[in-house]
Design a protein around this ligand. Sequence first.
Ligand SMILES: [Zn+2]
Length: 178
Amino acid sequence: MVDVDEKTLKKGERYYKAGKVLWVVKYGDRLFSKVLGTYPYYVEINTSTGENRCTCPLGGDCKHVAAVMKAHENGFYFETFEEHAELFPEAVAMEFLAEVPELALNVTIKELRFALNTDESGSEVARLFRRAVLLLRSLDRPEVLHVLEEVLEEYRHVFKDYRLTERLEEEFRKLRNG
Ligand SMILES: [Zn+2]
């Protein structure tokens, strides 16, 4: 079994409920996941043995692992039979998300907000912003337009002289005008 105390379990549950578990890929008896904590962390759990790993400083048996267990319990996972899930779980997750643009957009917005606070070059923000714009084109989500506007405003503030800023503004204008 996963070896976490009651307190960690509760923290994990809160993480899951707050939507910090971005995706979970299930392959056989193994779970792979990305969880947004202080940084994004990658989690791997063997559900048969309870063995688990996390890229956070604790290395495992942590609230991120508990959050992924909670997500799994609640049916929040994609099941795959593709062997490369072991090596490239994130790529597999993206393939699944591509089929569910609504969920893909939610994940992108979460990553975008996070990148805005941590990405020093701004290129990750730009990449995620583009992905959000593309997803938004296929979805009717006016409230997300507002979120993107705020992100762009903040981005503009930080990267004033950045050429990318202009291009992002241009893409955003096109999106607004349909
Ligand atoms: Zn962890």
